[in-house]
Design a protein around this ligand. Structure first.
Ligand code: TYM
Length: 344
């Protein structure tokens, strides 16, 4: 079996309101992984335009996500930080994958159903084909590991199916061109820790999301200390004290969510948090959570604001990142063209 060099790829959409879910579910993992892996982190602007975007806002959102990556601790020199539209090979490979993926596979994607809602006829073709572009993002670098939150699991499974089908459909050509027995790795999702699915602060049954109309439903990375404190204090809870054991969180989604957030921010397990706070009422626990959230998120927000005042610096990081990413992407695309039988 072909052994692929280990490589990490992940992406974040520049759609504004970057929040605690994005941070705990994805960005903190990006920071950890850079210690042991070669990593590419992408601001996926081509994904953002699958729904309507205001061009001026999109530009500033691209810079905001880039600033968040750097402020959170990703080193843009040892890793590659870039925006997707600067490396044309993403869309080129996405077309090939549109021809590999089956309609039946895409029809099963729950995120499309949620985002398109009742007015499916009016959704963009891009929104429907989005998972094939996401597979291309990962596989154009032949990445092996993909840190994401729980909500991206189904898309990752689709990326694996696409990689597998490409390897099977073209196995003879892959071998004939000397690429071994398979060309694409089956990328592994990394979905770990106590905050892979951070829920809304207003409703423990709903995911924390950029598009929730209530700003109180989420902690934005750009929120200052006062706003963080207000939102945590207003967060929905039940009236009981915290349990001492994990099992006690079972039917208490809001409590479970806040304990998960505390655990992730403090780099602990939920069981450890409950060991310290079991029996405490929510006002005590929320005070501790406010202190922790302000201590962890406050400096990131400050750094983000500072970085965003220097657009030339951010744009230079993105440009240099894209130049480095393109080298890998072009090599993959040349091989893919040979495998498909294109003349080049
Ligand atoms: P996006 O921009 O919606 O979210 C970015 C990352 O944040 C995670 N996330 C969450 N994690 C925990 N709790 C939440 N409430 C929460 N909300 C969001 C997401 O799982 C994601 O990891 N399709 C992707 C972007 C993408 C991508 C890729 C990711 C495009 N190409 C290739 C990995 C590899 C998306 O829309 O993420």
């Amino acid at each position: 079996m072909t052994k692929f060099p280990e490589r990490v790829f992940s992406g974040v959409q520049p759609t504004g309101n970057l929040h605690l879910g994005n941070y705990l579910g994805a960005i903190t993992k990006f920071v950890d992984l850079q210690k042991n892996y070669e990593c590419l982190y992408c601001v996926v602007d081509l994904h953002a335009i699958t729904v309507a975007q205001d061009p001026a806002k999109l530009t500033s959102n691209i810079r905001e996500v880039t600033a968040a990556f750097i402020a959170a601790g990703i080193d843009p020199e040892t890793n590659i930080i870039f925006n997707q539209s600067q490396v044309a090979e993403h869309t080129e490979l996405a077309w090939v994958f549109n021809c590999v993926a089956r309609m039946g596979w895409l029809n099963r994607m729950t995120q499309f159903k949620e985002k398109a809602g009742k007015d499916r006829e009016n959704a963009s073709v891009g929104l429907y084909a989005y998972p094939a572009l996401m597979a291309a993002d990962i596989l154009v670098y032949r990445a092996t590991h993909v840190p994401v939150g729980e909500d991206q699991k189904q898309h990752l499974e689709l990326a694996r199916d696409i990689a597998q089908k490409f390897n099977n459909d073209f196995s003879k050509s892959i071998q004939d061109h000397g690429f071994g027995d398979v060309f694409f790795p089956l990328p592994e999702p990394l979905i770990q820790g106590p905050a892979t699915r951070v829920m809304s602060l207003r409703d423990g049954a709903k995911k924390m999301s950029k598009s929730d109309v209530s700003d109180n439903s989420r902690l934005n990375l750009s929120d200052d200390a006062d706003v963080i404190a207000q939102k945590v204090r207003k967060a929905k809870t039940d009236s009981e004290a915290l349990p001492s054991e994990i099992e006690g969180l079972g039917s208490r989604p809001e409590a479970d969510n806040l304990v998960g957030i505390f655990a992730a921010l403090n780099e602990q397990s939920k069981a450890e948090v409950l060991r310290d706070f079991g029996g405490a009422n929510f006002s005590t626990f929320k005070s501790a959570l406010v202190d922790l959230a302000v201590a962890k998120l406050g400096p990131i927000g400050t750094k983000m604001r500072e970085l965003q005042t220097d657009q030339a610096y951010i744009d230079d990081i993105l440009r240099r990142g894209a130049d480095r990413a393109r080298v890998h992407a072009q090599a993959t695309m040349s091989s893919v063209k040979d495998i498909l039988g294109f003349v080049r």
